[in-house]
Design a protein around this ligand. Sequence first.
Ligand code: AMP
Length: 218
Amino acid sequence: MNIIFVAPPAAGKGTISSLLASNYDYKHISTGDLIRNEIKTGSKLGTELQEVINKGELVSDELITEMLKKELTKKENQKFILDGYPRNVEQAKVLTTLFTKLKINDYIVLYLEVEKEIAQKRALGRIVCQNCGSTYNKYFSECQPQKEGICDKCQGILISRTDDNEKTFNKRFDTYLKVTQPVLDYYKKLNKLKIIDSNQTAFTALESIKRILGVEND
Ligand code: AMP
């Protein structure tokens, strides 16, 4: 079954997606990563995207949908996780149309529910490998790298995301409440929505997700 995550910023969707992708052979499609990869190229478009992200705003529907389409049509019979799309009801409708076109109907929407204070602590403590994108956290012992500032997997340098400061986090959270949260109603009406408590560790949330997917014994 394909998975779509809908969640406030720093609710754990990236971490949980990576765990699912590595253990259950999912293709992990993160629209935030697609944008960050474009920024890394140093292109003019990347510079524009960086400005939008730093303000805690959403990038244009047209642009992100184009980026997503390329990834979705690339997939070769592999289940996928959508992490970061849809971010508003318009994108949700576009996705439904796209799924119909691609004959994808086997999917579930997982809403990661988290208190704002916990999400904020996760955002402010988050450190990401410059090289491979693996995520760690300064404030949670189970998420710290073995060697401070260095990625366990590839020895890359760990840095904070430019949008993980208090001001941008608050703006991102507001944007979530205003424009992303209505997406939950959209999927509730389609009978696709499941709620996951993401206030504990990523592993706890993963256990709930495994039960929903029917793979709890794996
Ligand atoms: P994320 O990595 O999911 O936290 O996304 C980081 C930032 O990328 C967001 O705050 C938005 O600025 C942008 N972004 C990611 N996905 C989308 C989307 N589906 N629509 C618009 N903007 C997005």
